[in-house]
Design a protein. Structure first.
Length: 122
């Protein structure tokens, strides 16, 4: 899935100050970013054998913020926010008991990311 680029909008603010019948203008410019969608680009690793040992999975993506939470088959996991493009989550032995596909997504500020599959192999 290709994510859209971050949009940037520039605003100009002009302040007019009148003193003793004269006017002087001060112009200030600032830039604000409008964030694109919450998205996962990759899981590292993206697979593991059934009944393997616990490990830390890295979720790479975009627009993560404080409070982002990884979901593993719709179950919220303890998530460490590293920065706006990376999260870390502990995958336990219990998460790896049965072979098959696991749906992984991120919820942040009431919004869900795309879903990415993690493969639990034989």
């Amino acid at each position: 899935m290709k994510c859209p680029r971050q949009l940037t909008t520039t605003f100009s603010l002009i302040l007019l100050i009148a003193a003793c019948g004269s006017r002087s203008a001060t112009k200030a410019t600032f830039t604000t970013g409008v964030m694109g969608p919450l998205a996962i680009s990759a899981l590292v690793p993206n697979s593991a054998p059934a009944n393997s040992v616990p490990f830390t999975m890295v979720v790479n993506g975009s627009n993560f913020s404080t409070g982002a939470q990884v979901f593993w088959n719709n179950v919220p996991q303890f998530t460490e926010v590293v920065n706006a493009t990376q999260l870390q989550v502990s995958v336990t032995e219990e998460d790896l008991t049965l072979p098959g596909s696991v749906e992984v997504y991120v919820r942040n500020d009431g919004m869900n990311s795309n879903t990415v599959e993690f493969a639990v192999t034989f």
